[in-house]
Design a binder for this molecule. Sequence first.
Ligand code: 3MF
Ligand code: MG
Length: 362
Amino acid sequence: MSCVTDRSMPFWCVGNPLSDPFGGAVMDKISSVEVAKILAWAKGEKLIECTSFHDDDLVPWDPEHLEDDLDSKSSVSKTLHEIKKILDQAGIRVHVATCSLHGNKLFRNGGLCNPDPEIRALAARKVERTLRIGHFFGAKYFVYWVARDGFEVPVCTDWTQVYKNLADGLNHATDYIEKEHLTNYIGASIEPKPNEPRGQMFLPTAGHAAAFIACCLKRPDFWGVNPELLQHESMCLLNASMTAAFLCATGKLKFLHFGSQIKAQFDNDFPPLIGPEGLKETVFLFKTLQDLHWKGVVEFDCHMLRAEGEPGEGIARRKQFVRNCVEALQMAETLAERIKAPKLGSGAAAADLESIRQMCNL
Ligand code: 3MF
Ligand code: MG
């Protein structure tokens, strides 16, 4: 039995035009309405059930108009309604609303942890707007990804304030959900990452995030963790099965971000199972989740390889990308199901060989 209740394909993965720090986009940039149409197609093909977005994936943000979403005559409001109509007609549910605090240069030195109180206040207002947009779409979770809350130079960091500011920022989000009765949210989640875009980030691993929730937040039961496996934890050489098992044991595994990764590299965001390594780690991750009887949402967080982009074929390539991701997830689950409990006493190496035999039907 699959442990995946729903598959979610976010706006930012489908919209990604495949630029990197060394070169610009290779695919046509497409609008959020066009992305919504691709997602509607994917739902029709029974590939996905849900989607997720950053506020900036859907509509632009203007610090001079912090409540433009509430003005029914604004172009922001019109675009949001247009997207909602497409998603509703296709029957796609919205899993996550997350606030982009990484793109705009105002947040270059952090969002919720920015040392400047005015920028922190602006970040809080952007989070409020994201929460309202998420409510409009019926999003189930609010996600905080560490993004630019981090540092390069420890002596330039005010360590007396960092975690207090972070707790204040996240507590403000849950206060706002309560105050405005945004009852669609069933929880909130922290997405840890060790580095990139900052040299170091303030919540580098799932363990840091889980401890921070338990010790520093006002509503620890509302908060959980969505680890990004394999990518974020593999960047710092942590093992995906252990991260999943730790979060299950602490009751904090809200859902997965999913893709593939070369260990100890920058965030590859390869599609699942694609790339020179990660197949065994991915299969073992799902074996672990199956053994633990975890059930939940798997959300893809990846993009196609830049070399695979083809200018002028943006829509067809993006559709194929969604199909590839879903097929890879199904393959990983099928392979994981084949592995039976290794024979005790046979020794670690023999048990591992046996698991490979079973996985490959040898
Ligand atoms: C970066 C990420 C982010 C988060 C997203 C949702 C752009 O490495 O993984 O994707 O997943 O911000 O919180
Ligand atoms: Mg992610």
